[in-house]
Design a binder for this molecule. Structure first.
Ligand code: C5P
Length: 409
């Protein structure tokens, strides 16, 4: 999808620089050509040779190299691309960009360019949340620099929080959205996507929930939006950012999730990817349940939650034309999912194996089967973003509006 596009990738010095190698591969896989500028600090983390081998191009790092300048002057380097990507973008390079410094090749190229710039920050969580970095980011955003991430998670410095560079796959998907000609086969269609876990209060401080990260549901919402649908994402409590280009409604409980799904009124597409808690406390306590010395532990009476998927699947004039559910199973995956499709009354079920060995919960990849009235499709293991794009493509096909690539198949 990026055939013929030229990316100038600026690799600054951070532990996440190793992900730049993966990013080169993901961009080239999509047909882009990639040329790299490596900062001096960046070269401490990845070698010019690795980048050169993966890009099949020379790597630029020296501002005052006569050979570099005679081959490709730094001004030309900054313009001879469709997009500049800074990954990883350290606190230092963000500060230099914000200040307009031109003290090395990377900074000079960024100052001299007339092309869009996408930056993928990566740094220690305290550096990211520092007022100086926040001000630099705000300045750069105002100047039209595009940002992706950082993500939350465990960091190399043993801290936890926002600061991890977005994954190569996520960056490549954004590059694609920025550069590939927009195909909008779902324009005019309205969709609701549920994502993440729900949280069912036991008392004001305790709750029942599960490990759903929301990554797959959020990716589906983004993919539908990328194909032109007007998307409402109804998300339980998750640690990932609201995707751009759509409306995100934040909820806690299943009851709230159902209400938020019904709120947009008539919709064409519903995708229920949330891991809704099956039960909630029958009588949540209004005050914190106290531990009493010597007393038996309290018993928890449960009552079923509303089934959002089954509710949206109910026949009637308001039923969305296409309702898609998920089946997360640890055994007899396909047989249980076929059964679930009938029981819930939905049109399709995306069945995924969530046994701990697969690492699906919270992981980056997913192996799924698409179950419809006409049969079962086994999909290869894909990044969650690719599962989402493929599902969105199938949905477009269902509405008789195939994406170009599928129409040509
Ligand atoms: O019944 P089970 O939880 O296995 O079904 C999974 C599918 O049903 C998922 O699509 C999930 O989002 C949806 N679901 C729901 N409301 C519930 C339980 C599950 O929408 N209360």
């Amino acid at each position: 999808m990026l055939k013929g596009k030229r990316i100038l990738l600026i690799v600054a010095g951070g532990i996440a620089a190793f992900k730049a190698l993966e990013l080169v591969r993901r961009l080239r896989e999509r047909g882009a050509s990639v040329r790299c500028v490596l900062t001096e600090a960046g070269a401490r983390f990845v070698t010019p040779l690795s980048l050169q081998a993966l890009t099949e191009d020379r790597v630029y790092s020296d501002m005052f190299s006569l050979t570099d300048e005679s081959e490709m002057g730094h001004i030309q380097l900054s313009r001879d691309a469709d997009l500049l990507v800074v990954a990883p973008a350290t606190a230092n390079i963000l500060a230099r960009m914000a200040a307009g410094l031109a003290d090395d090749l990377a900074a000079t190229v960024l100052l001299a360019t007339d092309k869009p710039v996408l930056v993928a920050p990566a740094m220690n969580v305290r550096m990211w949340t520092h007022a100086a970095t926040a001000a630099n980011v705000e300045t750069l955003k105002k100047r039209g620099i595009y940002f992706i991430g950082p993500n939350d998670g465990a960091m190399a410095c043993n801290e936890f929080g926002p600061g991890r560079m977005s994954e190569a796959e996520e960056i490549a998907a954004v590059v694609e959205r920025m550069l590939a000609p927009a195909e909008q086969p779902l324009a005019g269609k309205r969709a609701v996507v549920t994502s993440g876990p729900t949280r069912e209060a036991i008392d004001p401080v305790r709750y029942i929930s599960n490990h759903s990260s929301g990554k797959q549901g959020h990716a589906i919402a983004s993919a539908l939006a990328a194909l032109g649908a007007e998307v409402t994402l109804v998300s339980g409590p998750v640690a990932i950012a609201d995707p751009p280009g759509l409306t995100t409604v934040h909820v806690d409980s299943a009851d709230q999730m159902l209400a938020a799904c019904l709120e947009p009124g008539r919709i064409d597409i519903a995708v229920c990817a949330a891991a809704v808690a099956d039960w909630k406390a029958a009588k949540p306590a209004t005050a914190k349940i106290k531990k009493k010395a010597g007393a038996a532990p309290p018993s928890l009476e449960l009552t079923p939650n509303p089934d959002i998927l089954a509710t949206l699947s109910k026949a009637g004039p308001e039923r969305p034309a296409l309702v898609v559910g998920f089946a997360a199973e640890t055994e007899n995956l396909v047989a249980n999912a076929i059964d679930k499709r009938k029981r819930k009354g939905c049109d399709w079920i995306v069945a995924n194996d969530v046994s701990p060995a697969t690492g699906t919960f919270g992981g980056e990849r997913n192996t799924v089967h698409l179950i419809s009235a006409t049969g079962v499709e086994d999909w290869p293991t894909l990044a969650k973003g690719d599962v989402a794009m493929r599902l969105a493509g199938r949905i477009a096909l269902h509405f008789g509006r195939p994406k170009r690539a599928e129409a040509a198949e």
